[in-house]
Design a protein around this ligand. Structure first.
Ligand SMILES: Cc1cc2nc3c(=O)[nH]c(=O)nc-3n(C[C@H](O)[C@H](O)[C@H](O)COP(=O)(O)OP(=O)(O)OC[C@H]3O[C@@H](n4cnc5c(N)ncnc54)[C@H](O)[C@@H]3O)c2cc1C
Ligand SMILES: NC(=O)c1ccc[n+]([C@@H]2O[C@H](COP(=O)([O-])OP(=O)(O)OC[C@H]3O[C@@H](n4cnc5c(N)ncnc54)[C@H](OP(=O)(O)O)[C@@H]3O)[C@@H](O)[C@H]2O)c1
Length: 253
């Protein structure tokens, strides 16, 4: 079990029923890198304060390290923890692991001209943390966020990401895709198909090639697997310290 820090929910933003962002005041978390994850935990109902009974799961932190941390979470029906997280409101207690973990960070990401940040659903969380930190803007010439969701209302953080497009019109692009809805300004279909048929690259104006790009993949594991296969056809492979490549991924389940 990790060492736990007591936290307090300071705000809860509901993007749509079951999809939400909480900000947690938790000053004692050890500094970490954008892209890393922390365990979140709550006690089961009727608990006696025994920390061995905490229900915990890993969550990417959606903000850089500070006294207040942000988490972007989806309610998994029948899940053990997320219904309890969804029920939290401002002022409620939550336990946060003291130390973050994970290697889904820019430190472990190969250099390239263009960085592709590809996510389904809440897989967007680590990218929000990275984009709010100066390092990404110093390390990559071009940055693309590709966010695929089911419905238009699931497109969280759009305002913040569109503001980055205005701030960095030549360097930053946002491509959103919907699988079960139509929406102005969004592509229709799953990310791998839209990548393979060239729709995503044409929407950005950037090419995704082994000699100019690094691709980060986060979220639904099936999307990660299919994207890896598609990128392999472009001679792109998983980056490992002993065998450099162009793909870095974070599998959520
Ligand atoms: C490194 C890492 C970072 C993560 N970061 C986030 C995050 O930022 N936000 C977030 O919402 N989740 C994140 N997750 C998933 C999270 O840890 C939990 O698995 C998820 O919240 C479900 O917990 P639960 O107890 O409600 O469900 P459980 O009772 O544990 O049931 C889990 C089952 O639900 C399914 N499942 C799990 N997560 C999802 C999901 N997001 N969408 C659809 N089905 C899912 C899988 O089939 C899984 O086997 C992350 C997972 C990992 C490994
Ligand atoms: N508003 C919400 O997001 C919301 C609210 C409450 C509860 N939930 C629950 O939360 C869970 C997660 O839902 P989610 O929508 O965040 O995540 P998800 O099921 O992973 O879907 C996110 C996106 O990934 C796509 N996708 C699924 N499989 C793929 C694959 N093999 N390759 C490429 N793309 C793929 C989906 O397309 P498809 O549509 O084609 O599957 C969708 O566009 C579900 O149990 C859901 O019922 C979601």
């Amino acid at each position: 079990m990790p060492k736990w820090c007591p936290g307090t929910v300071v705000s809860k933003k509901v993007w749509t029923e079951g999809l939400f962002t909480i900000r947690v005041a938790v000053p004692d978390v050890t500094p970490f890198l954008p892209g890393q994850f922390l365990q979140l935990a709550v006690f089961p109902e009727g608990h006696d304060g025994d920390i061995s009974k905490l229900i915990n799961r890993p969550y990417s932190v959606a903000s850089p390290h500070s006294d207040e941390l942000e988490f972007f979470i989806v309610l998994v029906e029948d899940g053990e923890l997320t219904p309890r997280l969804w029920a939290l409101n401002e002022g409620d207690a939550i336990q946060v692991a003291q130390r973050a973990a994970g290697s889904f960070t820019l430190k472990k990401t190969p250099e390239a001209e263009t960085l592709w940040l590809v996510a389904t659903g809440t897989g967007l969380a680590p990218y929000i943390a990275m984009l709010r930190h100066h390092q990404i803007w110093e390390s990559f010439e071009n940055i693309v966020v590709v966010h695929g969701v089911r419905h238009f209302v699931d497109l969280a953080y759009t305002e913040e990401l569109r503001a980055l497009e205005e701030k960095f019109p030549k360097r930053f692009k946002l491509v959103q895709s919907l699988t079960r809805d139509e929406g102005t300004g969004a592509l229709k279909g799953r990310i791998p198909g839209l990548f393979e048929d060239g729709s995503i690259e044409s929407a950005t104006g950037f090419d995704c090639r082994a000699d100019n790009s690094t691709v980060l993949l986060c979220g639904n594991p099936a999307m990660l697997d299919t994207m890896e296969e598609i990128l392999a056809k472009r001679n792109m492979k998983r980056h490992r310290s002993k065998s450099p490549g162009q793909i870095v991924l974070e599998r959520y389940w």
